[in-house]
Design a protein around this ligand. Structure first.
Ligand SMILES: [Zn+2]
Length: 258
């Protein structure tokens, strides 16, 4: 009798929410579609974050696995740390929708390029080099799919570090290689078809090697760590159809004192 009572008690507990849905919009993940293309003349072998992926694109909110990875981390950061001020360095429109819902009125947006045009010809990212904000203004900065498009990335990293609060976090996402290659960049390459063949996208000015990118961030006086969603919560990462090689780069100020 007692055993039955206990069973009934546990049976009445609400079932955990299904993880088998898009974490952003709730669409069943079984509906995810293949997405991405192989850029003409460019080999995506060994490149994390470019190329074709199966079960990737949510047909409802248009987020792919990289965006769900970003959401998964940022959603928890906002829930746990409750940042009072968030800077969104915006490239993808969809990010603005969910970030605005997560962080409500606390989001300031900079769009370094004219809407929908992108930095196709030359460097139009000057706004990133002189942000109109006070030192330490932001507790969280979300900067995804931006730095590979910024000609003066080292200066932009210093500027982002300047506006970061002492205990704040910059969440960075870029496509990268991690197979011993060096960062490939050439500011003389301007023609869209040449950039596609060399870097994988008409608006990219480089393709980072992960370690070199982390070193550049280090030279800007900041520290990095990598976020691996599978190491953090493998069932959730699997349910979200995240990609095992994708990492977010978490950037903060070095701990001071001693
Ligand atoms: Zn979705």
């Amino acid at each position: 009798m007692a055993l039955s009572w206990w069973r009934a008690l546990f049976a009445k507990k609400p079932a955990p929410p299904s993880k088998d849905r898009c974490c952003i919009c709730g669409q069943p993940s079984g509906a995810f579609e293949a997405s991405g293309t192989v850029p003409p003349g460019f080999s995506t072998d060994g490149v994390v974050g470019l190329g074709q992926r199966e079960n990737d694109l949510c047909p409802s909110c248009s987020a792919d696995s990289r965006e769900r990875l970003l959401f998964a981390y940022v959603e928890r950061f906002v829930r746990d740390r409750r940042p009072a001020s968030v800077l969104h360095v915006r490239w993808r429109e969809g990010q603005a929708n969910w970030l605005g819902k997560l962080a409500k009125d606390n989001v300031t947006t900079v769009t370094p390029w004219r809407e929908r045009e992108g930095p196709v010809h030359g460097d139009t990212s000057a706004e990133l080099l002189k942000l109109p904000f006070n030192d330490g203004a932001f507790d969280l900065i979300v900067c995804a799919d931006v730095m590979q498009r910024v000609s003066h990335d080292r200066r932009a990293l210093i500027e982002l570090g300047r506006v970061l609060a002492p205990s704040g976090m910059i969440v960075v996402q870029v496509p990268y290689t991690d197979d011993g290659r060096l960062t490939d960049e050439d500011s003389q390459i301007i023609a869209p078809e040449d950039r596609i063949a060399r870097f994988g996208d008409k608006s990219f000015v480089r393709l980072y090697a992960l370690n070199d990118f982390r070193a550049r961030i280090g030279m800007a006086g900041l520290e990095t760590s990598l976020y691996d969603a599978f190491a953090d919560d493998e069932p959730r990462a699997t349910a979200q159809r995240l990609h095992p090689s994708d990492r977010l780069i978490l950037v903060g100020r070095p701990a001071t004192g001693g």
